[in-house]
Design a protein around this ligand. Structure first.
Ligand SMILES: C[S@@+](CC[C@H](N)C(=O)[O-])C[C@H]1O[C@@H](n2cnc3c(N)ncnc32)[C@H](O)[C@@H]1O
Length: 290
């Protein structure tokens, strides 16, 4: 197995419980197999009826875990992530088909969206399709906006749990006609972009988009309650600076980096321009005008 698929131990922060409805057993099993393959010998797996418990072996002393450090990944009608413990927050899933924004974006609204401005959609003719590599896809929210505005996107998501949520969201969306034409412009890859970036051809995308997690540990950074579980799972993407070099090489026109308001520049690189919003900003590194 190549290093590209090795998941680093620090990328799995808590014990993961995989639960599945009877009709989703095959999918859940395939996920567990793949996940443990990525974790290598960090992974211990216990199987019960309709559940697997996956624990990174050396990282955690399970007796000292507070209960909400457990996360359940549930395979049911949809795949969702659920914190386990007293008063848990709501589930996290990818529901593109229920996204109220899509209709507006598809019918002309949306060029004013900050992310659309940041990638330069206002600067290209209506009939030109921008190609975007989203190297940190997450739950695909930014990518969905860009796809609804006509961009063609290749997405990279290295965390297998997040990728499973996104994959499930894309599959369900493909069954709903109004959304399917949008999500058909989003194609998901499972690799770590830092590792595979070097093997991709230079300047093969108009724009490379980066939105790594920012390692801010203050309470205020834990925005929505539901998103805590997401942050718990991913950690702080501490190696994010290493995204910059391959991203810059692959972009023909610009690299766009989404950052929290007070965060330093990615890899210490000063951007050519910035778009500032209420809670965050986009740092834009231009290479060539559109
Ligand atoms: C803040 S989230 C991105 C949110 C996304 N922009 C959205 O709109 O939903 C960052 C994601 O990037 C992923 N990530 C970080 N570094 C990565 C890398 N080198 N390759 C692939 N995915 C990466 C993390 O696993 C995490 O899911």
């Amino acid at each position: 197995m190549s290093n590209a698929f090795k998941l680093k131990q620090e990328q799995v922060q808590a014990a993961l419980i995989v639960l599945y409805a009877p009709h989703r057993e095959t999918q859940a099993k395939a996920f567990v197999e793949h996940f443990c393959e990525q974790l290598g010998d960090q992974c211990s797996e216990k199987t019960n009826a309709q559940s697997f418990v996956i624990r990174p072996k050396q990282k955690l002393d399970l007796t000292s875990l507070d209960s909400d450090a457990h996360i359940a990944l549930v395979f049911d009608e949809e795949v969702y992530l659920q914190a386990v413990g007293p008063k848990p927050p709501g589930p996290v899933s990818v529901a593109f088909e229920g996204n109220a924004m899509i209709h507006r974006l598809k019918h002309g609204g949306g060029k004013g969206e900050q992310v659309a401005k940041a990638v330069g959609l206002g600067k290209v003719p209506q009939d030109r399709q921008l190609t975007v590599l989203d190297a940190t896809a997450g739950l695909g929210r930014d990518a969905l906006i860009l796809a609804a505005l006509g961009c063609k996107l290749d997405l990279y998501e290295r965390n297998p749990v997040v990728r499973e949520l996104l994959k499930d969201g894309l599959e369900r969306a493909s069954l709903v006609s109004d959304v399917a034409d949008v999500t058909s412009r989003m194609s998901l890859n499972g690799e770590d972009f830092i590792t595979v970036g070097d093997s991709l051809e230079s300047e093969s995308y108009d724009v490379v988009y980066l939105d790594p997690m920012f390692p801010d540990r203050s309470k205020s950074a834990l925005v929505k309650k539901e998103m805590r579980v997401f942050k718990q799972l991913i950690g702080g993407d501490e190696d994010a600076d290493a995204l910059f070099e391959p991203a810059y090489r692959l972009a023909k026109h610009r690299v766009v980096v989404k950052r929290p308001k007070a965060a330093p520049f990615l890899a210490g690189k000063t951007p050519s321009l910035q778009l500032k919003g209420k809670s965050g900003r986009f740092d834009i590194y231009t290479k060539k005008a559109f």
